[in-house]
Design a protein around this ligand. Structure first.
Ligand code: ATP
Ligand code: MG
Length: 275
């Protein structure tokens, strides 16, 4: 599994093929900032309906990879397809939801928790030329139901009318997760959603992610939480500028040579504690 699910074997003519059924298919991807590659030679296939953990040290390019998958950055070389389509096209239709590591939301903006979560529905409202101009209470029932489900799933429903400036750090994190959930996208990209949340919230978030997977959605999350990955993820991707290995958590997290190559101190510490 280690090699089969990572860099794929070359197809006919020596070219690496993109898998059009996969939720994410990346081939030969190079990208970075100011002429320096942050990711280099990424080959990765993420099948639909899996809960996948992306693990690697600080500066490994994990957030960059999520931005590329989200279509917020374009590769300098190589290609990424989501469900067989270009990443930017999938983003515009709302088929992919993203929770960034560093949120740029202005928490003093006069908006309620519900307003922020409701904003996830804008891509689907945009598809209707009439609805896009309607005030929030007048838009279709299904949009409000999606928002309610997301608020309940993240246990933030009772604070729905609160102003967002009144929330704690962990509650803000849950609002951002609720916003990503409310989009009801086929693919969710979550960049370190567990940082700064307490143990109860962490258990809740993993439960939410497992429910999404059970409903057939694909979840990719960046995390340093080894025991959570072991318990809940279908697949772990060890990443350091490119895919070091990709496979079942128990298999990969038991391979010391791979972990040394990944060189994630947090991962190594977590493993020592787990042995
Ligand atoms: N906006 C940016 N401008 C310039 N360089 C950047 C930018 N964002 C990231 N980088 C650089 O790209 C590299 C990869 O960064 P990235 O944020 O993708 O890593 P990461 O694996 O998510 O790290 P962390 O675990 O700290 O979040 C780093 O060397 C970083 O300094
Ligand atoms: Mg990051």
């Amino acid at each position: 599994m280690t090699s089969s699910a990572g860099p794929d074997t070359p197809g006919a003519g020596g070219l690496r093929r993109l898998d059009s059924d996969a939720a994410v298919s990346a081939r030969g991807v190079y990208a970075g900032y100011h002429g320096i590659d942050a990711v280099a030679g990424v080959d990765l296939t993420i099948p639909s309906g899996e809960l996948v953990a992306l693990v690697g040290p600080n500066g490994a390019g994990k957030s960059t990879l999520l931005r590329l998958i989200m279509g917020l950055m374009r590769p300098r070389r190589g290609e990424i397809r989501l469900h067989g389509q270009a990443a930017a096209a999938q983003r515009r239709t709302g088929a992919v939801a993203y929770m960034p590591q560093h949120e740029t939301l202005d928490w003093d903006f006069p908006a309620s928790v519900r307003d922020v979560v409701f904003s996830a529905r804008y891509p689907s409202l945009r598809r209707s030329p009439v609805r896009r101009w309607l005030p929030q209470p007048w838009v279709g029932h299904e949009h409000h139901q999606a928002v309610d489900r997301a608020l309940r799933a993240t246990d933030i429903a009772e604070r729905a009318r609160r102003h967002i400036s009144e929330l704690s750090g962990g509650q803000k994190k849950r609002v951002l997760l609720a916003r990503a959930l409310a989009q009801e996208a086929r693919l969710l990209l979550l960049d370190e959603p567990l940082v700064g949340v307490d143990q109860n919230s962490e258990a809740l978030i993993f439960q939410v992610l497992r429910d999404l997977r059970a409903a057939g959605q694909t979840v990719v999350l960046v995390t340093h939480d080894v025991s959570g990955v072991r318990q809940h993820a279908d697949r772990v991707v060890l990443f350091n500028r490119s895919v070091i290995a990709c496979g079942a958590p128990d298999e990969l997290l038991a391979d010391e040579r791979l972990l040394l190559r990944t060189a994630d101190p947090a991962l190594a510490r977590g493993l020592e504690a787990a042995v």
